[in-house]
Design a protein around this ligand. Structure first.
Ligand code: PDD
Length: 285
């Protein structure tokens, strides 16, 4: 069951036809967020809304409603879906206008859908997922959660065609992130992940994991991770996002990583992060 909101109201899917000259359609001119509700409780909603504001400001997009109203619509949408885990996708486009590149005189448009979220069993997680590395051919402002995801789509498709789960981007010899998630490596007792620079999305899940690693007092190196180190040396790795939370990687370009022991630091962080992100009111800014 999916719930839809378009412009100013909840709609049946059949009514939500999008005008052809809509900026999101024509240019990918907009931004989005995806937030998860777990047993009715949003995970990091404040952080998602704050990132929405950051993305909007970065592309000079006016929000169609005050943030408090957007929050209320997101919460209302989630409550309309009867499922233990609900994902709410919401995007804001620069609106409907005749197709000219420069900003039009148009009202920005909120479009949203909410539906049951996909969850993974611990067994699936224990087995992990395999990844390949691919060149990061995206623009230099990947900290903006923009609707332009064509390189991400192509990277994921390359992974599917290679018979693996996901693609990890490499730019100038360094790992940035994966097609729809952030990437962590683990080596000689230390966690590694790319710093939150313009070239990656500063994932909300990533922030929860960093909080968990710090809280557990484990070493974390938030510096650029070379592709060579990631491809050839890390003993463990995982990818992180709102929809997967934390997903161990079992192979990189065919190099099999040792399976994770229950008492390994990666499992400990995985479990602690899940508790933290579900705890009430934790802010990871
Ligand atoms: N993707 N990096 C990219 C490129 C992403 O698209 C995402 C999330 C992340 C992780 O961010 P977060 O932890 O805040 O979800 C990192 C969402 C889930 C998507 O597009 O479906």
């Amino acid at each position: 069951m999916t719930v839809y909101f378009y412009r100013d109201r909840f709609v049946e899917s059949g009514q939500s036809a999008v005008p052809i000259e809509e900026r999101a359609y024509n240019y990918g001119d907009g931004i989005y967020e995806l937030v998860r509700f777990d047993q009715g409780r949003p995970v990091g909603l404040d952080e998602h809304l704050e990132r929405l504001e950051t993305s909007a400001a970065a592309v000079r997009l006016r929000l169609p409603f005050p943030l408090a109203k957007i929050r209320a619509i997101v919460v209302e949408a989630a409550s309309r879906v009867e499922a233990p885990v609900v994902d709410v996708y919401f995007q804001i486009s620069r609106g409907e206008a005749p197709r000219v590149h420069a900003f039009p005189e148009a009202e920005p448009v909120l479009a949203l859908f909410a539906k049951p979220g996909k969850t993974y069993t611990d067994e699936f997680r224990r087995a992990g997922v395999s990844v390949i590395t691919v060149p990061d051919e995206r623009w230099s402002n990947c900290y903006i959660k923009s609707l332009n995801l064509l390189p991400n789509v192509l990277a994921k498709q390359a992974a599917v065609e290679a018979g693996v789960y996901d693609a990890v981007f490499v730019r100038d010899g360094f790992v940035t992130e994966a097609s729809a998630s952030n990437v962590f490596g683990f080596h000689a007792g230390t966690f590694h992940t790319a710093p939150a620079e313009r070239g990656i999305l500063n994932g909300i899940t990533r922030r929860f994991i960093i909080a968990a690693i710090r809280e557990l007092g484990l070493p974390l190196c938030e510096e650029r991770m070379s592709a060579k180190f990631f491809e050839q040396e890390v003993e463990g790795a995982f990818i992180t996002s709102t929809t997967m939370d934390i997903m161990p990687v079992c192979a990189i370009n065919g190099r099999v990583l040792p399976s994770l022991a229950e008492n390994s630091p990666v499992w400990t962080v995985l479990n602690r992060m899940r508790e933290l992100s579900r705890g009430a009111g934790l802010s990871v800014g």
